[in-house]
Design a protein around this ligand. Sequence first.
Ligand SMILES: [Zn+2]
Length: 401
Amino acid sequence: MYAIKLELKLNNKERTKLAQHAGYSRFVYNYALGLYNQLDHQEFKQSASKKLDTIKKLFTNYRKKEKESQWCNKLSSRVYQNAFIALKNAFSRFFKGISGYPKFKRKKNNCSFTVDSSNGKVLLPAGKKIKIPTMGTFRLKEALRESYVSQTFTISKIADKWYVSLAVEAEKIPPLYHEIIKPIGIDLGVKTFATLSDGSKIESPMPYRKAKTKLADFQFQNRKKQLGNRKLGIKTSHNARKYLKKLAKKSAKVANVRADFLQKTTTNLCKKYAHLRIENLNIKGMMANHKLAGAIADLGAYEFKRQLFYKAECFGTKVDVIDQWYPSSKGCSNCGAIKSNLTLSDRIFKCDECAFEEDRDFNASIRLEKAPEEAVVNRVGYTRINACGQVRADSLGRNRK
Ligand SMILES: [Zn+2]
């Protein structure tokens, strides 16, 4: 499965309709979370999911039927079904320790909702229009190039634009032949985004850095605007509102540059290479180091790997994940000697044993390429390809990280 996100081309009436549904989704989510928080958890020793089922019954049978809730009944009921699913997922992520306790959604930054087709998957024919279950037909900014099959549709507003995203079956991707078959190590760095052991480098995009500096300037210039504070009862000034709208647009632009860079980079890597080897980054440890935190958090090493893994499966690229404790930067790629006194500021690796000298990141990428089998802690994309180089239908959904 992979996701596609399409921009919708809307008139004012359609915009209002989508905003109403997003409001409905937020209302249901907050209602359920509010009730959940009020429960006496000492007394009800059920799972969060069971408790939410009870709350859902309450909503369907009572709250939804009240007079002041009449507006709900004019909107798609799939919205509230999916809002409950989203809240259940939020709690499950919380209990697994992946994310924090679910928060109330606010209009300011949560303008999205999900609908699905209750009769299973629907066919979306290629073209400039998309039929979204229970919502109707909408125009697309860019035409769908081929037909897709999907069941769940998430509609979201980012700055002033509306998007629909849908999960699509991976079988749709045609088999690909890779230009480079031999294993290639990738070293993710701070200065250069990625260094590959075939000698190529991927630089972080300049427009992104520029846009980010501009954004910081813009925030600084507007630092005295009265932004408002709910707890202190301070209202947001009119000028601050205008500023926040502009800021949202600018932030979205920066985020788009970043998303675009990561998407293109991961796709290109998986298309070009048949076998990649990457370090299992200790992201938490790196984030604790302030100097590294900014640069790494920025270009999303975590997001990079997430995309690389799922695309590897789609494109039939094998990815070996190398143990984070395997000395990639500290080892000499020529003789294998380990250098214990290598600091972060050393940009050149100089071996004390064999006098080998090489760019630090390039040395690390070769070390990853040559890492022994026992240093491999995870393998992605191994089961997907059959002898003809096609994605095996029976392997769909397996070996997913
Ligand atoms: Zn050496």
